[in-house]
Ligand binder design. Structure first.
Ligand SMILES: [Zn+2]
Length: 312
């Protein structure tokens, strides 16, 4: 083994970077490497380089980019023979779901942004191109029922227009997470926000707004579109407010700390280092787990006992 090979070994097994040179040399011998050509000083130097590098990486890592968003979609027209219960097959459908407006807000920014479709072209292609520039930057997206609705519509419209989309984006669907932990009479966003004592959703004049947007006169279109944007923007602001209210009671979907190059002991929500032991639990299989609580935001998270002991 030479210094280059040792460097590669350490890149592969980052845990050994923290060892002293003597200890590391013993480990290498135990593992069957021939280190006769390596001096202790050389090993020290390689270790120093690697520590420097890993520190530089940590400083550079910025907080995760988290995007709250909400979309409003168009009608799908279908031909029918009359009223009453009936089966509507795909050949009766005349057009496809498109995104009329999308509102979004980066966590940490104060501004809710929005995009509108092109009514003239009856197309969301431009909207999608612009929105995906943002969406694809996100480490996590937040929404209300977005795992079942918004994310899938975004994916479908990207597919339609042949655009790049991150289908692996981490997604915190507040409705889905809330359902796992709380039993509420309703899981509509309007109800939950009322339950939490937050401002209600904006009122709008229902289906007429969508009709105006699809077929209304220029004046009606303008008025209804302005209302839809307002409604959409308000929803995003409210979604984020709800997220911050409920987050500490729920499990997360990603680890902010690890994403920033820190250890698993850091808070998965804020990446902070100030987790305190909250409870020790033991699984049915006898494994010890530690429940930590972040001092900053109250978020609780589980770590393995090995990880916990390592941090002491
Ligand atoms: Zn935290």
């Amino acid at each position: 083994m030479n210094t280059k090979k040792l460097g590669e070994f350490l890149d592969d097994k980052k845990g050994y970077v923290k060892k002293g040179s003597e200890q590391l040399m013993e480990i290498l011998v135990d593992k069957g490497y021939d280190i006769s050509k390596l001096t202790k000083d050389q090993v020290k130097e390689v270790l120093r380089e690697k520590v420097k590098l890993s520190k530089a990486k940590k400083v550079k890592a910025s907080p995760p980019k988290i995007l709250t968003y909400d979309i409003e979609t168009s009608f799908v027209l279908a031909r029918v023979w009359g009223t009453g219960k009936q089966y509507v097959g795909h050949d009766a459908i005349q057009d496809e779901t498109q995104i009329i407006t999308v509102a979004y807000k980066w966590v940490g920014s104060n501004k809710v942004e929005y995009l509108k479709w092109s009514r003239k072209k009856k197309s969301d292609k431009k909207l999608m191109k612009a929105f995906l520039e943002e969406y694809n930057k996100a480490d996590m997206v937040i929404g209300w029922n977005n795992n079942s609705f918004d994310n899938k519509i975004v994916n479908s419209r990207a597919l339609k227009h042949g655009l790049e989309v991150n289908t692996h984006v981490k997604s915190f669907d507040i409705m889905r997470q809330v359902k796992k932990v709380f039993r509420l009479p309703s899981y509509s966003m309007a109800y939950v926000s009322k339950y939490l004592g937050l401002g209600g959703k904006l009122q709008h004049n229902g289906i007429k707004m969508w009709e105006d947007i699809a077929w209304g006169s220029k004046a009606d279109y303008k008025q209804s579109m302005a209302m839809m944007v307002k409604y959409n923007v308000q929803d995003v602001a409210l979604t984020e407010e709800i997220y911050f209210k409920v987050r500490k009671y729920l499990s997360g979907v990603m680890h902010a700390g690890v994403l920033m190059g820190k250890s698993k002991m850091t808070c998965p929500h804020c990446g902070g280092d100030h987790g305190k032991l909250y409870r020790t639990i033991v699984t049915e299989g006898g494994s010890i787990q530690r429940v930590m609580k972040c001092k900053k935001d109250g978020v609780k998270y589980k770590v393995s006992n090995a990880e916990y002991l390592k941090s002491l």
